[in-house]
Design a protein around this ligand. Structure first.
Ligand code: APR
Length: 311
């Protein structure tokens, strides 16, 4: 019996893309195709990764290419193509340039993989996910932005560092857009099931929420020449795993919300169930009045950005 392996395409062989390919291949989630416009670069990184396989012990095939034909019939496509920000830039400053890139990438991907599920990583995330949905013509359940897993992971890391506990016992909840207006929710963030407000004073929690919202910029300022890539790529691959293995994990993702959370037809960060069909359910929770104000402000920021899209 022929066993069909999953096919994972990663577009953009830069920091985020190459690291995503590494996580996906080393976790044996499927065969991996890395695409970039730069000649030789995706081929070189793919070959290097294949040569890591005997040491690490994985059998995923990894190829690099500049030709979208090689991506044909992908089950899932991670889109990381685009320009990262530099110190002093917000994600929104990347809007014009990355819209052009994401449009080009999605048009090519759709031609060869009409049934794929798209995971968008390029920034500004909520707007780029909107672009990918529009350009692909795919149903909304097959277009998902990676932001919430990363934002929650940052919050989880800060909680674990503050309390000196294992990250494995820490869960965190972040809603809204992937920008300065994101909404970390401490009352739904827990350590071994214990809500965070029962473990730490309000000012400490407030400081961690701020650091989470500013988590990307903190790294940009340290790196000076690019943005974060280990945690963003690991987060995208966690979503890929939930989909390809039909795990049905509940992960905070940037998904299409119309009536849900009163978002009115935009892609914003909310908890969603990810399985073999992509987004299988959006989990709605009742927000407190203050949380609702913060969430609406975040959605308003996403709407402004979408209005400014050069589509
Ligand atoms: N098609 C394919 N690849 C492209 C295209 C295109 N039209 N345009 C650019 N690329 C490639 C670049 O050649 C580069 O190799 O995208 C890659 C981006 O890699 P990096 O510059 O290393 O950027 P990275 O840190 O990976 O960030 C990529 O993810 O987190 C977001 O904000 C970040 O938007 C940025 C994206």
């Amino acid at each position: 019996m022929a066993l069909k392996r999953n096919k994972i395409t990663v577009v953009g062989a830069g920091f985020v893309g190459a690291t995503a390919a590494h996580w996906a291949a080393s976790n044996q989630l499927g065969d991996v195709v890395i695409v970039d416009i730069i000649e030789g670069m995706p081929q070189g990184k793919a070959l290097d990764l294949r040569q890591a396989a005997p040491v690490v012990g994985f059998d995923s095939n990894v190829i690099g290419t500049n030709d979208y034909k090689d991506t044909a019939d992908s089950d899932i496509v991670i889109i990381t193509a685009g320009v990262p920000r530099k110190p002093g830039m917000s994600r929104d400053d990347l809007l014009a340039i990355n819209t052009k890139i994401v449009k080009d990438v999605v048009t090519n991907i759709v031609k060869y993989s009409p049934n794929a599920i798209l995971i968008i990583v390029s920034n500004p995330l909520d707007a780029m996910t909107y672009v990918a949905h529009k350009v692909s013509g795919f149903p909304a359940n097959r277009v998902i932005g990676m932001a919430g897993v990363l934002d929650a992971a940052r919050f989880r890391a800060f909680i674990a560092m503050e309390l000196d506990v294992s990250v494995e016992d820490v869960n965190a909840f972040v809603l809204g857009g992937h920008g300065d207006t994101m909404v970390p929710l401490p009352r739904y963030s827990t350590v071994a099931g214990i809500p965070l407000p029962d473990l730490l004073p309000a000012d400490k929690i407030e400081a961690m929420c701020k650091r989470t919202a500013n988590g990307g910029a903190e790294i940009v300022n340290l790196l000076k020449t690019g943005s974060a890539f280990f945690a963003p790529s690991a987060s995208a691959v966690e979503m890929v795993q939930s989909i390809l293995l039909d795990k049905k994990r509940i992960l905070p993702c940037c998904v299409y919300c119309d009536k849900e959370y009163g978002a009115g037809g935009y892609f914003v960060g909310v908890p969603a169930k990810l399985g073999k069909n992509g987004v299988e359910q959006i989990i709605e929770i009742k927000l407190t009045p203050e949380e609702k104000v913060a969430f609406d402000k975040s959605v308003a920021a996403v709407k402004e950005l979408v209005k400014a899209l050069p589509l």
